[in-house]
Design a binder for this molecule. Structure first.
Ligand SMILES: [Zn+2]
Length: 246
């Protein structure tokens, strides 16, 4: 039953963190759908992939929650957004870890969090690409967790475009890394690049979050969806959920 997962980790307190792979299918109802020959079929396929993933996770059908992501730095409380439409935002938290949270990506970083409120876990996830990182999506997520009472926060930085592959124009590197020096990087072939992972790790460390770098490069690893390498094929997901009562 490990097949849908690129990585699957035990975060303690019955909480799991995982990142899906291409074999789990495209999980986005829009990416991979707009370019498809038959958008309705592509959308049904994405929904079927979500149902299969939920079965593997041990989550009830329809229980895995997705955001309407817009590259913002907005953090949503999953408990306050339970309507039929996905809430709009790029990070969210489940203060009692009762919601199974997904963050969809294909080159941006999925960053999944677990904190503790007394004896109980709290979970969160963030979509951290260049725009979100610059907007402060990780700072906002950690702040929202702390406001909700979380202590001892841990974060897992999942696969994304790596600092040796994520080529950008020199002007964009200069502009983006002003005040965020960890972002500046160089490709393997010597051109300007951005290192999203280094910046994410720097932000989290500065906020006393314990970081696990799960690593992985979407541009190099065909087991992961990459918008740059293969646009329009789909999105994989970072997941954090609580399973059972152990
Ligand atoms: Zn790479």
């Amino acid at each position: 039953m490990e097949a849908p997962f690129w990585r699957h980790l035990d975060a303690g307190d019955g909480v799991r963190v995982a990142f899906t792979r291409v074999e789990a299918g495209n999980l986005s109802l829009s990416a991979g759908v707009t370019d498809a020959d038959d958008p309705a079929h592509a959308r049904r396929a994405a929904l079927a992939s979500r149902r299969r993933l939920e079965a593997t996770m041990g989550v009830p059908q329809g229980g895995l929650r997705f955001l309407h992501q817009t590259h913002s730095a907005d953090v949503v409380d999953a408990a306050a957004a339970s309507g039929p439409q996905p809430p709009i935002g790029d990070a969210w938290l489940s203060t009692d870890a009762s919601a199974a949270l997904a963050i969809m990506v294909a080159d941006c970083l999925p960053v999944m969090f677990v904190g503790r409120v007394g004896e109980r876990p709290m979970t969160a996830g963030a979509h951290a690409g260049r725009v979100g990182l610059l907007g402060g999506v990780l700072e906002n997520t950690v702040a929202a967790m702390r406001t909700a009472g979380a202590q001892e926060i841990s974060a897992w930085i999942g696969p994304g475009a790596c600092g040796r592959c994520y080529e950008v124009p020199e002007s964009l590197r200069a502009e983006s890394s002003e005040g965020r020096p960890a972002l500046a990087s160089e490709t393997r072939w010597g051109t300007p690049a951005l290192d999203l992972r280094a910046e994410a790790a720097a932000v989290l460390a500065s906020r006393e979050v314990t970081v696990t770098d799960v690593a992985g490069c979407t541009i190099e690893d065909e087991d992961l969806f990459s918008h740059r390498r293969a646009p329009g094929r789909g999105r994989f997901a970072g997941l954090v959920w609580r399973n059972g009562h152990d």
